[in-house]
Design a protein around this ligand. Structure first.
Ligand code: AMP
Ligand code: ZN
Length: 472
């Protein structure tokens, strides 16, 4: 008999355009860098699709036995921030502190783990100035009107991540240079000259403020060393942001900047990328204010594999909520039902097959859709086995382990505690109302009440002796 090959953890690497087996370069620790938010307003759920992917990545790396050393930056200086802070007559730090906290609160609501190092651009201005000075010594930069630009022509590998061919582009590029101070259209500002009334810093390379790309290069190398194991972000960052990060970092160190590059596809709305500029966005707060629970949002964002774009709809969100409830009901049965003594061999084999399918799907470039399918199919089969008395008391522990393994990654089984927790008398009243609705055959309303209670951590179970409720 042939055993199925044990497949190792694999990721699609944007750099090689291939699925590659992943291991950290040395030891057991994965050095991971992910681009964080620009804190000029609330993040939208498109942004959170990428951050949820990063969370699933973190959790699966850990479940695979690795330790994490993860850096995420907070971009707390850029044009929009400066403009908005000035409009509100606030200092830069006062303005960004508010939205940094909002971002962290949203991450907590969505159960996104915080990186080991959460680092702010404005805390690293000196490091950035030093890096630019070194690049200048290596003749990778030029100055123009007090700003400093990176000269792309000095980095032959430019384009290797985005697989753009820039050869022959250099002379031609001059034609469409619209920012006259640049020598080549692709050159980018590493340091921006101070402008009247704008925040700036006085450093060894003069006064001014850093560009966006240098921030990530400098903070990644400072905390994680010259070659990262994984660098990740949304697909919109491949070009030019990550391409520019590579040009700067590799010009500084002479070493590959990151071994793996992982990019999440967009959250879309009616065929378009969800984006602030298009006005087609929802923040997390918009959705929770409409009564959607954070677990459903988390589930929806995680349920489509990260390399596929995901279309946001309220029906999809509703379906996510129902899917979680199905799993919670199954888990409650697993926790509380009485099963016949002993173990049923077929049930044991079924549980083990589900566990293997779950692991194999996530090992396969984080195929979350397949891993969820493995768990749902298992719940359906195990429910039938339970109904038929073919699930033994000794099958319970392995099934619970599978669900623990599932929830260590997806983290949706525990209901969020809401601020206004429901009292026992509220629950009794809602149960009575649900019963009345069912008698009147208003099943949609009855389900709505059940879902509303579930969202507040109250599970209803219909038993022969009536409805029983349980707090999670
Ligand atoms: P920003 O705060 O604009 O720098 O974006 C933070 C992160 O959100 C980046 O990794 C972007 O690639 C990502 N992002 C922005 N819009 C979307 C979207 N519609 N879907 C998925 N990720 C996005
Ligand atoms: Zn970045």
């Amino acid at each position: 008999m042939k055993f199925p090959a044990i497949m190792a953890l694999r990721f699609y690497n944007t750099l090689s355009q291939r699925v590659e087996e992943f291991q950290p370069s040395s030891g057991n620790t994965v050095r991971l860098y992910t681009c964080g938010p620009t804190v000029y307003s609330f993040a939208h759920i498109g942004n959170f699709r990428t951050f949820t992917f990063v969370d699933i990545l973190r959790r699966w790396l850990r479940a695979s036995g690795y330790r994490l050393d993860h850096v995420m930056n907070i971009t707390d200086v850029d044009d929009k921030i400066i403009r908005n802070a000035a409009a509100q007559k606030k200092s830069l730090s006062e303005y960004t502190a508010e939205y940094t906290q909002a971002f962290l609160d949203d991450c907590a609501t969505l159960r996104l783990e915080v990186a080991e190092h959460l680092v702010k651009a404005t805390d690293h201005i000196g490091d950035m100035a030093r890096a630019i000075a070194r690049l200048t010594e290596g003749r990778h930069t030029y100055s123009s009107d007090g700003s400093i630009y990176f000269r792309i022509a000095t980095f032959p590998g430019y384009g290797k991540l985005s697989h753009n061919d820039f050869s022959g582009n250099l002379a031609g590029a001059r034609v469409d240079v619209d920012e006259y101070e640049k020598a080549d259209a692709r050159d980018f500002a590493q340091w921006k000259a101070p402008k009247d009334g704008e925040t700036s810093w006085v450093t060894e390379i003069g006064a001014g403020r850093p560009g966006w790309h240098i921030e990530c290069s400098v903070m990644a190398i400072k905390y994680l060393g010259e070659t990262l194991d994984i660098h990740a972000g949304g697909v919109d960052l491949i070009f030019p942001h990550h391409e520019n990060e590579i040009a700067q970092s590799e010009s500084l160190t002479g070493k590959p900047f990151s071994r793996f590059w992982l990019h999440a596809e967009f959250l879309m709305v009616e065929g378009q990328k969800m984006a602030k500029s298009l006005g087609n966005y929802f923040t997390l707060r918009d959705l929770t204010a409409r009564g959607y629970n954070p677990e459903a949002i988390r589930y929806l964002l995680a349920s489509v594999p990260y390399r596929k774009s995901l279309n946001f709809t309220f029906d999809g969100l509703q379906a996510a909520q129902m899917a979680i409830e199905r799993l919670r009901r199954f888990k409650l049965r697993l926790d509380t039902d009485k099963f016949p003594e002993g173990a049923n061999d077929r049930a044991a084999a079924r549980t083990e097959a589900a566990r293997q399918a779950f692991v194999a799907s996530l090992d396969d470039d984080l195929n979350t859709a397949e891993s969820l399918a493995a768990v749902f199919e298992y719940a359906r089969d195990a429910n039938s086995a339970m109904d038929a008395g073919q699930f033994g008391a000794e099958n319970r522990a392995a099934a619970l382990r599978l669900f623990a393994q599932f929830d260590a990654v997806f983290d949706v089984l525990r209901p969020s505690s809401s601020a206004g927790a429901v009292s026992d008398s509220d629950i009794e009243a809602l149960i009575a109302e649900r019963e009345a609705a069912r008698k009147a055959r208003q099943f949609a309303r009855a389900d709505q009440i059940r879902d509303q209670l579930l969202a507040q951590g109250i599970i209803l179970e219909d038993t022969k002796s009536g409805v029983r409720s349980k707090r999670k």
